[in-house]
Write a new protein. Structure first.
Length: 206
């Protein structure tokens, strides 16, 4: 049986990248391995994490290309070369074009710090606190052409307590992200995720 390969796209600290790598090392990623880190900021801390873990990185500076499509074509060639099964966005701060979205439709996922469809886009944590909701959380979803509009795969709710700050709630959210994302990736590696229209089901292990 061939290894299930994932590529992680990240732009910053890489805490979710680290969580996925640790899960893979522990054998709790459903047999998946991280075949590639894709990063648009060569000096980002996530690049150092990949180096320490011995994970290959594809680094690029978007300003060196004439368009987003140009550097995404290059990325797709690298993904195909490594026979990547699943693309996992983990703090990747660039919108994807159809070059990647169409090529990996149904095999392209993202994690967002709210209970979508509430508070899509930037600063979801700040949006939730400003709105005054009592419950927010984390969503893992498929990526489509919209902004955080793809079919929802999994969600976990987090209560917002009185006096919660953006910093304290962000810590709670990131803790849940680091648990939920590896679990969802393991479902894909085991072939448990099924998508029909906007409906996502996760089959039970036999």
């Amino acid at each position: 049986m061939s290894t299930y390969r994932i590529a992680v796209f990240a732009s910053g600290e890489g805490s979710n990248f680290q969580a996925l790598a640790e899960a893979a090392s522990a054998g709790s990623l459903g047999g998946a391995e991280i075949a590639l880190l894709v990063c648009d900021k060569p000096s980002a801390p996530v690049v150092q994490r990949a180096e320490q873990l011995g994970i290959t990185a594809h680094l690029f500076n978007p300003k060196d290309y004439e368009s987003r499509e140009a550097y995404e074509h290059e990325i797709v060639l690298r993904l195909e070369e490594l026979q990547v099964n699943l693309v996992v966005l983990a703090g990747y701060m660039r919108l994807l074009t159809p070059v990647i979205v169409h090529q990996y439709r149904g095999r392209l996922i993202n994690i967002h710090p709210s209970l979508l469809p509430a508070f899509p886009g930037k600063d979801a944590i700040g949006q939730a606190l400003e709105y005054g909701v009592k419950l927010s959380g984390v969503t893992v979803h498929f990526v489509d052409e919209g902004m955080d509009t793809g079919p929802i795969i999994a969600q976990k709710a987090i209560h917002i307590v009185s006096g919660e700050t953006a910093e304290s709630f962000a810590q709670a959210v990131h803790g849940v992200e680091r648990e939920l994302y590896p679990e969802v990736v393991s479902w894909f590696a085991q072939g448990l995720v099924q998508l029909e229209g906007r409906q996502v089901t996760v089959a039970r292990k036999s």
